[in-house]
Design a protein around this ligand. Structure first.
Ligand code: GCO
Length: 260
């Protein structure tokens, strides 16, 4: 096998990446990072206006960005979006299943509706979007990359976020299931487990002095992470540098899960 230079290993030129839930926070940071590494990126959320604004933000930086507004929790919406990609000749080589919501409430009080809403958006969506992308990757015969965004709660539970925790634990195992069935098609499916990251979803936690202190005292870096600190791991898992890595989860957590 011909050797590839180290820098070329991480080059995403000529690749097309779909990042779900990418109009802000972690998703937008990952989309910007992959685009800066040469990829064409497709941004997504349910809101067309938010998609347009985020695409404009990346295009203003000279990046190859376009948008696709669809609901990752709705199978018909996903299939319609992929039919649009097919018609536009867009081959998704890299998928980042990032879209997710949070619901903070004691498990004894969580309604079945809220439970299902979180599981559908944070886990089932990754299965449905992943399968739609994998079908086309397999048909094209050129393999592909799937990156599922997990959490510290893929490994350990925090009280009052049970639906999210269960979904994120499932995300970790979904990557392994994808590897088990799709590695033979040269698809690598892995997870990233972010620690506590400064995002809109966590704003209430950041602004809560006792929660803020708990986060800083619970990880050896003694700080919250920033969305852009996840970009390097995403580029690694989206690139040729990780062609023999499958079904893994990489925690980007300041060391949180590695210390007592
Ligand atoms: C919470 C937070 C967490 C973080 C992240 C930690 O309520 O505990 O929202 O879920 O977002 O997932 O890894």
């Amino acid at each position: 096998m011909k050797s590839i230079s180290a820098t070329a290993l991480f080059d995403l030129k000529g690749r097309t990446a779909l990042i779900t839930g990418s109009t802000r926070g972690i998703g937008l940071a990952l989309a910007k990072g992959l685009a800066e590494s040469g990829a064409r990126v497709i941004l997504n959320s349910r809101q067309q206006t938010a998609v347009h604004a985020a695409v404009a933000q990346l295009q203003a930086l000279g990046l190859d960005a376009r948008g696709a507004a669809f609901d990752v929790a709705d199978q018909a919406s996903i299939e319609a979006a992929f039919a649009d990609f097919d018609r536009a000749g867009l081959s998704i080589d890299i998928l980042i299943n990032n879209a997710g919501i949070q619901h903070r409430q004691p498990m004894l009080d969580v309604s079945l509706e809220d439970w299902n809403r979180v599981i559908n958006t944070n886990l089932t969506a990754a299965f449905l979007v992943g399968r739609a992308a994998a079908r086309r990757m397999i048909e094209r015969g050129q393999g592909g990359k799937i990156i599922n965004i997990g959490s510290l709660t893929s490994e350990a539970a925090r009280a009052t976020v049970a639906p999210y925790t269960v979904a994120k634990g499932g995300i970790k195992m979904l990557s392994k299931a994808m590897a088990a069935e799709w590695a033979q098609h040269n698809i690598q499916a892995n997870s990233i487990g972010p620690g506590y990251i400064l995002t809109d979803m966590n704003e209430a936690l950041v602004n809560n002095p006792s929660f803020d202190a708990w986060v800083k005292n619970s990880n050896p870096a003694q700080r919250w992470g920033r969305p852009e600190e996840l970009v390097g791991t995403a580029i690694y898992l989206a690139s040729g540098a990780s062609n023999y890595v499958n079904g893994q989860i990489i925690y980007v957590d300041g060391g949180w899960l590695s210390v007592l």
